[in-house]
Design a protein around this ligand. Structure first.
Ligand code: ASP
Length: 580
């Protein structure tokens, strides 16, 4: 870091910058007392910590400072006496001697030790987040995040994208997630929603002639929280005009690979692409983790005319677990429970040994069936074969989940395996009212070859939607959009949205499309997830300064909280907790 950014009115250098090059100079540093060690009655060693690291200050005479006091220390940079050099510290060859210590701020005893090596309960960390983020690990994670953001901005700027901020107070949009609602004081009884994404706004920017838009955008969704999901999250949101799916994938790849290079020091090669159908068939999921093989094998043909009831199903998928024959019975029961929990009728297992297959089902199999299982995917003695027979999607999903359970390393463990998944279906199943559900969102353009199927065979309509996946986590999704009113109406109708309802909900968008909408496409991916993986964390809370707990609470501020009667009256909101 150039020195001019370090010096301020109070300090000359950051603690971590002090080195042998400064020996002899009298310098001031500011920071927190990380550690204090006494050496007899009149000599104290203080470790002074700031955002850059730690430097040791040697103080003679009595000094009244405790851990986490904020101090300004002025001392002479001196080589450490022989034998006391600390090679683990960047400043370990020197110390500040002959120090004057000025206390800038007192500190209570912190509720936990600010030391990365100490395991601290997450509830306590979140309650005192301002202390938690003083620790090295959180400092590194949040700084990594800033670096990634900068790399993304740079990549988008370099590709001619213009950053535009879109509103946080917005109208409901139909992307499927539950929205946060904000009552309008000036229009009692009416509400804004916080955007689940800038989707419609960015499409309007295309109508507005922006051609290439991006934003590091905050999105809000009132959905159950998980390790990879918070109410509010940040995405790199982009949209471009006169482009194809490949163009968009190219823009995004460029940004992601730049960010990867900045974060990990290595620029990954080109990102591979696979179709959704291929991903489902081979990995049992639309977010395949390619860091390990264990692909699903299809035995449907072998079992097409089976006599074994457990295998009489449209699809039979199987998986070889190398060395899995040693799994205990209780481990196999656990996997069977997992399969059932995911909707399968059961999970068949076969231990492969020198003498053939060991399984309660083995004696019912025909010789062809036995041979197919025993020879699956190069199986040998000591392996385990797992199989699920069911409807196609169930068999794939269940075994795909078991594959992940048995094979996936923690998400942040290298190598980093990026993959584009393309040709998603346009619709995924039907809701309780019998209406089709959009797999991505209703503004996604169907595959040009499948337009004729929208009314006749909707579940086989492919879309021009694509996802980016890294190590089994979905980073983000995007699509070529519908820019033609006639196709948009057909999709709305297929989704059970009447013309009237469409007009009420997004008349403004359809209206805009009547004034010259360029063909356009876009994408958005989660920066929290990307940074978490780069940071080697499997929970995005570790890369967010002030996250919420799983139950949506901010333990530090106490939010969500009640508001005053007066505020409620202004908003004309009445609380009804009956039955709660
Ligand atoms: N709006 C979509 C999302 O947030 C992304 C996109 O289609 O651009 O998932």
């Amino acid at each position: 870091m150039p020195r001019e950014y370090e010096s301020t009115s109070l300090r000359d250098l950051l603690c971590g910058s002090i080195s042998e090059a400064h020996v002899g100079q009298r310098l001031s540093v500011c920071g927190w007392v990380a550690k204090r060690r006494e050496h007899g009655e009149h000599l104290a060693f203080l470790d002074i910590r700031d955002r850059s690291g730690v430097v040791q200050a040697v103080v003679e005479g009595s000094v009244d400072v405790k851990s986490e006091y904020v101090v300004r220390v002025t001392g002479t940079v001196t080589p450490r006496p022989e034998g006391t050099v600390n090679v683990k510290l960047s400043t370990g060859a020197v110390e500040l001697s002959d120090c004057e210590v000025e206390v800038l701020s007192l500190a209570d005893v912190p509720p936990f030790q600010l030391d990365d090596r100490v395991e601290i309960d997450e509830q306590v960390r979140l309650r005192y987040r301002y202390l938690d983020i003083r620790r090295d690990a959180m400092q590194e994670n949040l700084r990594l995040r800033a670096k990634v953001n900068t790399a993304l901005r740079r990549a988008m700027d370099a590709q001619g994208f213009c950053e535009v901020e879109t509103p946080l107070l917005w109208a409901p949009t139909p992307e499927g997630a539950r929205e946060f609602v904000v009552p309008s004081r000036l229009n009692p009884g009416e509400f804004y929603v916080l955007p689940q994404s800038p989707q419609i706004a960015k499409q309007l920017l295309m109508v507005g002639g922006f051609d290439r838009y991006y934003q590091i955008a905050r999105c809000l969704r009132d959905e159950d929280l998980r390790a990879d999901r918070q109410f509010e999250f940040t995405q790199l949101d982009i949209e471009a005009s006169f482009v194809s799916q490949d163009d968009v994938m190219g823009f995004v790849s460029e940004a992601v690979l730049d960010a990867a290079e900045v974060a990990t020091g290595v620029r990954p090669g080109e990102i591979e692409t696979m179709t959704w159908a291929h991903a489902l068939e081979n990995y049992g999921t639309d977010k395949p983790d390619l860091r390990f093989d264990m692909t699903l094998q299809d035995l449907s043909n072998v079992f097409a005319t089976t006599e074994v009831k457990a295998f009489a199903a449209p699809t039979v998928k199987a998986l070889r677990v190398a060395g899995g024959a040693s799994f205990s019975r209780s481990k196999l029961d656990e996997l069977t429970e997992q399969a059932k929990g995911l909707g399968a009728k059961g999970l068949a297992w076969f231990r492969v040994s020198e003498d053939g297959l060991d399984s309660p089902l083995a004696r019912f199999l025909s010789s062809d069936e036995t041979a197919a299982i025993a020879g699956l995917d190069g199986a040998g003695s000591g392996d385990l074969i797992l199989a699920v027979a069911d409807e196609h999607d169930v068999a794939c999903h269940v075994l795909g989940a078991i594959r992940v359970t048995l094979g996936s390393p923690p998400v942040g463990d290298g190598p980093y395996r990026y993959v584009w998944v393309t040709e998603f279906p346009m619709f995924e199943g039907v809701d309780e009212d019998g209406n089709l559900q959009a797999a991505h969102h209703p503004f996604t353009m169907p595959h040009p070859e499948d337009l004729a199927l929208i009314e006749t065979d909707p579940l086989n309509v492919r879309s021009q939607a694509y996802d980016l996946v890294l190590n089994g986590w979905e980073l983000g999704s995007g699509s070529v959009r519908i820019h033609r009113a006639d196709i948009q109406s057909r999709i709305f109708r297929a989704l059970g949205i009447s013309d009237e309802e469409a007009e009420i909900r997004f008349g403004f968008l359809l209206g805009a499309f009547r004034y010259g909408a360029p063909p356009h496409a876009g994408f958005a991916f989660g920066i929290d997830r990307l940074v978490a993986i780069f940071a080697g964390e499997d929970n995005i809370r570790e890369v967010i300064a002030f996250p919420k707990t799983q139950s949506g609470a901010d333990l530090m501020t106490g939010a969500p909280k009640s508001i005053t009667e007066r505020q409620l009256r202004d908003l004309r909101v009445r609380i009804d907790l009956k039955g709660k």
